[in-house]
Design a protein around this ligand. Structure first.
Ligand code: NAD
Length: 478
């Protein structure tokens, strides 16, 4: 017990403990890794008050100085990259290579957002009156509550904190109770820098506890949430009495359309990566395939071989793996149940199809299901596991219609060598992102946002930055 770290909340640049604790375990082998605070309402209140007290002074600090703080934090992240990656692997089951990508991408993201310091611009609008000047200013919202998921927990800290701080907001972060250690370690690095008191705060806890306290609080000006549709909906309800502004990055069910003229090797490699990367637990990755009949057999053969060749196991002891475990028992049970339901409805298992026998971890076999149809749950609900359901279509029109017939609208992809088909798909696919002949992975200068139940607002780039500001229009008569 004594060598297990007990982390403390980071409030007003001070580490404060809690009587109530949550255990954090390695999903690959059930090893106890750490304990974190289950923050009560009073601790959440303190964090919001600290962020509030700091906000005016922080907003008055020149943007270029705020950017300097982000850069110094990025440097700390880089200097600690191997240790942070190891933590991400142990608490989230991510393979080491991907954990390293996540840490480096996070540092790059902090630096990227810092570059906006000299580019934040207002507007001067043309007036209808003589001698009148109209100025549109962009101002910070105030205090942001950032609520994080477990699948890219470290990057999500930066995705919320960097645009919030750069634009003059202060923030209270609540990491997922599944993967909080990396966030408390991040707070330790922030504490080693000269970031002013109260600008960045972390409270641990569950969704029902600290998460709910944050989203109900009238002192929060923006709830920036990434997670599931169900939680997003509950957060909207919690925010309603205070009309708190929301930024919701929710689930996905990304369709991949493979046309007869596609480069099949390319499509197979990119779609396999989608189901294997982070064990298929990625919001933007391909979760259902519509393949044109002429190439369906060839595609199914190739993707089944590729999926069957996946090396998977416990990434905290074996470095050279393609895939680790799922995050928890509930995640594993959900994937197993969805596959059972699909086969009961007539889907055929081409490879995999069962829980993997790999000790105490939550491992599921890389799985390909053929013969899927539009009404099957496996083609409609987010799987979040290494399972690929495939449906055969007659042409691009049918594929687009099926792709759009979804409650999700985050990302989509199309594989074709025909320029007209690619352009038609980009015009008709009703999603926030479409990847053409490449893997599903967004750029930090893009805008990651979904239609339908995939969310409200978005993240990254200029448009993501503006989500953390409000406009203030000044009408000045000479
Ligand atoms: P989740 O909704 O279960 O939890 C996310 C966070 O919300 C956690 O910190 C949790 O403690 C908190 N929470 C839970 N209930 C709450 C409540 N009532 N009030 C306030 N906070 C509450 O999601 P998850 O399982 O951690 O993450 C997986 C989901 O996230 C998937 O659906 C995935 O698609 C989605 N996701 C989306 C994006 C995106 O950019 N759109 C990125 C990553 C993950």
């Amino acid at each position: 017990m004594s060598d297990i770290t007990t982390y403390q909340n980071y409030i007003d640049n001070t580490f404060v403990g809690s009587d109530s604790l949550i255990e954090v375990r390695n999903p690959a082998n059930a090893e106890l890794l750490a304990r974190i605070p289950e923050s009560d309402d009073a601790q959440v209140e303190r964090a919001i008050a600290a962020a509030r007290a700091a906000q005016k002074g922080w907003a008055a600090t020149p943007a270029i100085e705020r950017a300097g703080h982000l850069r110094r934090i990025a440097a700390k992240v880089r200097a600690n990259a191997p240790r942070l990656a190891q933590i991400i692997t142990r608490e989230g089951g991510k393979v080491p290579a991907l954990a390293e990508v996540e840490v480096n991408f996070t540092a790059d993201y902090l630096d990227y957002m810092a570059e906006w310091a000299r580019r934040l611009e207002g507007e001067v609008l043309t007036s209808d009156r003589a001698g009148e000047h109209i100025f549109l200013l962009r101002k910070p919202l105030g205090v942001v509550a950032g609520i994080l998921p477990w699948n890219f927990p470290f990057f999500l800290i930066a995705r919320k904190m960097a645009p919030a701080l750069l634009t003059g907001n202060t923030i209270v972060i609540k990491p997922s109770e599944e993967t909080p250690i990396n966030c408390f370690e991040f707070a330790r690095l922030v504490a080693e820098t000269d970031l002013p008191r109260g600008v960045f705060n972390v409270v641990g806890g569950t969704g029902a506890g600290a998460g709910s306290a944050l989203t109900r609080h009238a002192g929060v000006d923006l709830i920036s949430f990434t997670g599931s549709v169900g939680t997003g909906s509950r957060i909207m309800a919690a925010a309603a009495p205070n009309i708190t502004k929301l930024n919701l990055e929710l689930g996905g069910k990304a369709p991949a359309i493979v046309l007869a003229d596609a480069d099949l090797e390319l499509a197979v490699n990119a779609i396999k990566a989608s189901r294997v990367i982070n064990s298929g637990q990625v919001c933007n990755c391909a979760e259902r395939v519509y393949v044109e009949r002429e190439v369906a057999d060839a595609f199914i053969d190739k993707i089944a071989s590729a999926m069957a060749a996946t090396r998977y196991g416990d990434p905290s002891v074996e470095a050279d793996l393609d895939m680790g475990p799922l995050i928890n028992q509930a995640g594993l049970d959900k994937v197993a149940q969805m596959v059972r339901t699909a086969t009961g409805q007539g889907a055929r298992v081409i490879t995999g199809g069962a829980v993997a026998d790999k000790g105490r971890g939550f491992h599921y076999q890389p799985t390909v299901l053929a013969g899927c149809t539009a009404e099957m749950e496996i083609m409609r609900k987010e799987i979040f596991g290494p399972v690929l359901p495939i449906q055969i279509v007659d042409d691009l029109d049918e594929a687009i219609a099926l792709a759009n017939d979804s409650e999700y609208g985050l990302t989509s992809s199309v594989y074709t060598r025909n320029l007209s088909a690619a352009l038609k798909a980009s015009r008709e696919l009703d999603f926030g992102e479409t990847y053409i002949n490449r893997e599903n992975f967004e750029a930090m200068q893009g805008f990651h946002a979904g239609t339908r139940k995939s969310g409200i607002g978005g993240a990254d780039g200029k448009h993501g930055l503006y989500e953390y500001t409000h406009t203030h229009v000044i009408y000045a008569q000479e």
